[in-house]
Design a protein around this ligand. Structure first.
Ligand code: ADP
Ligand code: MG
Length: 320
């Protein structure tokens, strides 16, 4: 199949978004945002750096690369609408494998009613997929990580560490209870779009998605907002099934593992009940894990065994 025939097989026959004016088929796509603020992000994935055949098939790979981008849009409080895909195809990849990557993207795109509106297709030495997403948000309702304020409480959706646990199970071919659950959390993350969108009534909220680990994302909010965030080790929500692993492994995954694509946020005490209501409505767990303090000795402090220790961005927890 040449490039044009391939594009023909991956392009959508119909589009879902009414604001789209021109999708695939011209020099560029056109849409009209009608008073919304437009939010956009791009992520690039290189085979054997960001994903590997050993742990994921093509459909899962496609699903995941788009999911990761959708999560960034969710973390801005926006709704994902469109995506563009730039792909470098190596000679050993079959047409079917390329189509399967798009199949995975289409699967998650349909969940969020997104349209594939363009991209670029070229040959190269190794597989690389770069996805650009575009979302809309009501005017001035974007959620920034610089909006945390002193006395806010800090919350996280779902459970953290599952995706890293799943990857660990795959890489080591472990046979443990609930391995399907953990593997699915790695291969098929569910961006928290509906939850973030439904928080719109709350006037101020800081949000960040957990792509690089809870510790790292806490740092990003604390540094952007010029505050210190204090969290309590006992409150961090992890899956019960993770208890078969060592405490070191659990700590490592929950703080530094990342790729769960849950949302981390801070909100004023008086808006907390609304956050809980919205989470309940979507059948999503939401947990208070700490609070925002004036800037002190470190961006993030971890309360563990009645001590406050600085939590590093990456690495291990240093026992005192
Ligand atoms: P041009 O030469 O004008 O850049 P191309 O021949 O590269 O156009 O692409 C033709 C059409 O197909 C364009 O609308 C482009 O956005 C779309 N397209 C190309 N590659 C992809 C892809 N990987 N995914 C989605 N759309 C694509
Ligand atoms: Mg082109």
């Amino acid at each position: 199949m040449n490039e044009f025939e391939l594009i023909d097989t991956i392009k959508q026959q119909t589009y879902r978004q009414t604001s789209l004016i021109k999708g695939v088929g011209d020099d560029a796509a056109v849409f009209r945002s009608d008073g919304y603020d437009v939010v956009t992000a791009v992520d690039t994935f290189v085979e054997n750096v960001h994903f590997s055949k050993k742990t994921m098939d093509e459909v899962d790979t496609g699903y995941r690369v788009l999911a990761v981008n959708i999560s960034d849009i969710a973390a801005m409080g926006a709704s994902p609408k469109f995506y563009l895909v730039s792909i470098v195809i190596p000679p050993q990849l079959s047409d079917k494998q390329v189509q399967d990557i798009f199949k995975g993207m289409k699967e998650i795109a349909s969940v969020y009613k997104m349209d594939l509106i363009g991209g670029d297709t070229v040959s190269g030495d190794s597989l690389m997929i770069s996805v650009t997403v575009i979302g809309y948000v009501h005017r001035d309702k974007v959620r920034y990580r610089h909006d945390a304020m002193e006395n806010d409480l800090v919350f996280v959706t779902g459970t953290v560490g599952d995706a890293s646990c799943g990857l660990h199970i795959l890489l080591n071919a472990l046979d443990v209870d609930n391995s399907d659950y953990f593997i699915a959390r790695h291969r098929r993350p569910r961006p928290r779009v509906a939850f973030a969108n439904d928080l719109q009534k709350i006037s101020r909220l800081a949000l960040n998605d957990i792509s690089d680990g809870l510790a790292n994302e806490l740092h990003e909010i604390a540094e952007a907002s010029n505050v210190t965030i204090q969290i309590d080790d006992n409150l961090i929500p992890i899956s019960h099934a993770m208890h078969v692993f060592t405490k070191e492994e659990q700590d490592n995954w929950k703080y530094f593992g990342g790729e769960d694509f849950e949302l981390l946020g801070t909100v004023s005490e008086q808006n907390w009940a609304q956050v809980v209501d919205v989470a309940n409505k979507h059948g999503l767990q939401v947990t208070k894990i700490g609070s925002v303090k004036p800037k002190s000795i470190a961006p993030v402090l971890l309360q563990q065994n009645n001590k406050n220790i600085p939590l590093e961005k990456k690495g291990f927890i240093h026992k005192k």
